[in-house]
Design a protein around this ligand. Structure first.
Ligand code: FPP
Length: 253
């Protein structure tokens, strides 16, 4: 039985960035960046102002994750359901993404970060697809941590696509018995990333919202009240400390 104490959040003062043993550092952290709109509303600002601050948080957390020794950071930037938002907001988000890709690539390269994209990003505007392909290619030989950005991503669609590819392989002669967990892993957008250890959602919502459903099978889940634009290196350090307190059993005792 898991004791309450083992699951209790760690007080802010209990952790200092950089003081973890490597065993307690999650290799792969995913974040559902939520709360940009509420951040803006609380300040009587337009929603785009919250998204702008959200991009600042992306910059901060990418750097902090690298400093804390995280191997892969996956950020949910645009879900396949986000197309339901007003056209103006979608345009704002795409504009911020365009700006990020144009301006951050040098910094990412300097930090040795490899950029990966999850999701059907090819459905975005042609200039964005070009920018993305260019940024991914330019960082592909970097040897540092991976920054994976989920764009037009939905886990169910990702699994459907994987199932179709496997069905095609079976039709082409692959034995059905070759379909196992590893075979499915290889068909997912996250192929080659370390196993997901920690999934964080900001802003107090407690849902996975179609994000990394397969990959989260044994991930630790952490829901924090902080709104994404306020999430900083200290918040990440606290999340890592909370993760370090969890007892991971992967179904064993
Ligand atoms: C959720 O907040 C946030 C999003 C749907 C978009 C996240 C996007 C960014 C942080 C900026 C773009 C990222 C990159 C990598 C350039 P919400 O708008 O749903 O907030 P609310 O629930 O408070 O309304």
């Amino acid at each position: 039985m898991t004791s309450f104490a083992a699951r209790a959040p760690v007080p802010a003062h209990a952790d200092e960035p950089g003081l973890h043993s490597s065993a307690s550092i999650p290799r792969h952290v995913a974040i559902i960046m939520d709360g940009n709109g509420r951040w803006a509303k609380a300040r009587r600002l337009p929603r785009v102002a919250g998204h702008r601050q959200g991009v600042e948080a992306v910059r901060r957390i990418t750097r902090a994750a690298r400093e804390q020794g995280i191997e892969a950071l996956t950020l949910y930037a645009f879900s396949s359901e986000n197309w339901r938002r007003p056209e103006e907001e979608i345009g704002d988000l795409m504009g911020l993404l365009r700006h990020f890709l144009k301006n951050e690539i040098k910094e990412l390269t300097r930090e040795g970060v490899r950029l990966r994209i999850l999701g059907n990003y090819r459905a975005l505007k042609a200039d964005l697809v070009e920018l993305i392909d260019d940024a991914v290619a330019r960082t592909a030989t970097n040897t540092g941590p991976i920054l994976a950005i989920a764009l037009n991503y939905g886990a169910q669609a990702e699994l459907v696509a994987a199932a179709r590819r496997l069905a095609e392989k079976v039709a082409a002669g692959m034995p059905v018995s070759a379909i196992d967990e590893a075979a499915i892993d290889r068909e997912l957008d996250t192929d080659g990333l370390p196993p997901l250890d920690l999934m964080i959602r900001t802003s107090g919502e407690q849902r996975l919202s179609n994000f990394l459903l397969w990959q989260a099978a044994y991930a630790e889940l952490l829901f924090v009240d902080t709104l994404w634009p306020d999430f900083d290196g200290e918040c990440l350090a606290q999340a890592i400390a909370a993760y370090g307190q969890r007892q991971r059993r992967f179904g064993g005792l």
